[in-house]
Ligand binder design. Structure first.
Ligand code: ZN
Length: 316
């Protein structure tokens, strides 16, 4: 029997770099994406089309997309919060800097959506009804993210029925795929398994991705729960970078190389070369100028064995 395949989307250069205080030089971003492209990842979230005043680190979206060396088999995606961003993305795509997919997002929680994008959820859905056909007309696929699917830092628990209802609305609008995001790290494994059993049943023909933050240390446990429910696509961030500028206390995404190490140990096929991924991850502290949460890059792979201490064999 062949190993079960799990698909990994690295969001570090977007979800991670966007909150860094210092501007990461455009050439550094391009070189880093090129390195990630050679590791076997299924997808890379390369940048976002947001107003540069709010997220200065993403101001170079067009230049980044125009200069990366696209690898066969990798889907390159970009995020945008609004119609203006979609217009920029389409212009970029049509100028030859191809974008495979646009990722649009709205919070399941009304309060979080207002805090994050200054829109009611009804307004966001209206925007999407305009944006999704725009993308489709030029051959860009669209992914709809339901942020705060597993809890909201302002409202607490989000109704599971509401999350499913939003996903239904997304598909009615015409999104090609869905992401359920635990934006501020409030999900727990039982909740994830329960909700994803429901989602994989209701949206059986739709690609479903899970996006976890490790804010309370439950990130990888939530992945195991998601896999048990049949979800095979996961977002993760190289070196564990990330957070959300509009989510109080939100820390990093689950770490890509820690995730790959775990999945490999579990006998699953990620398609990723862990050594190549680690070679990229170790560059991150110098790029961002601070320590990062990634653990395997510090401890070594599980099967990175150590010499037996000599003292063990000397009689004391
Ligand atoms: Zn995130």
């Amino acid at each position: 029997m062949s190993k079960q395949r799990i698909y990994i989307n690295d969001v570090g250069v977007r979800d991670g770099f966007q909150i860094e205080k210092v501007f990461i030089p455009t050439e550094t971003k391009i070189a880093f994406i090129d390195q990630l492209s050679k590791t076997g990842l299924a997808k890379i979230e390369a940048t976002s089309f947001v107003h540069p005043k709010f997220v200065p680190n993403m101001a170079d979206a067009e230049t980044v997309l125009a200069n990366i060396q696209r690898a066969a088999g990798v889907r390159y995606t970009a995020l945008t919060p609004n119609v203006k961003g979609m217009e920029r993305a389409i212009a970029c795509h049509q100028s030859g800097a191809a974008i495979d997919e646009m990722n649009l997002f709205m919070s399941a929680s009304e309060t979080h959506n207002m805090a994050n994008v200054k829109r009611t959820t009804a307004q966001s859905l209206q925007d999407f009804a305009e944006m999704v056909p725009m993308a489709r007309r030029v051959g860009i696929r669209t992914n709809g993210t339901v942020s705060t699917s597993f809890g909201c830092p302002f409202e607490g628990l989000v109704s599971e029925a509401r999350v499913m209802e939003i996903a239904e609305k997304y598909l009615a609008i015409g999104f090609d795929s869905l992401t359920f995001a635990d934006t501020t790290g409030m999900a727990n494994p039982r909740q994830v398994e329960r909700m994803m059993r429901e989602a994989t049943k209701r949206f059986a023909n739709t690609e479903i991705t899970l996006h976890f933050h490790n804010t309370r240390g439950m990130g990888l446990a939530n992945v195991v729960a998601g896999i048990a429910a049949g979800v095979v696509h996961y977002d993760a961030s190289i070196a564990g970078l990330g957070g959300c500028p509009f989510a109080p206390g939100a820390t990093g995404n689950i770490c890509t190389e820690d995730l790959v190490n775990m999945l490999q140990d579990m006998g699953l096929d990620t398609g990723v070369d862990l050594d190549k991924l680690l070679a990229a991850a170790v560059k991150i502290p110098a790029i961002v100028g601070h320590d990062v949460p990634g653990q395997v890059m510090k401890a070594g792979k599980t099967m990175h064995l150590h010499p037996v201490p000599e003292k063990l064999y000397t009689a004391s």
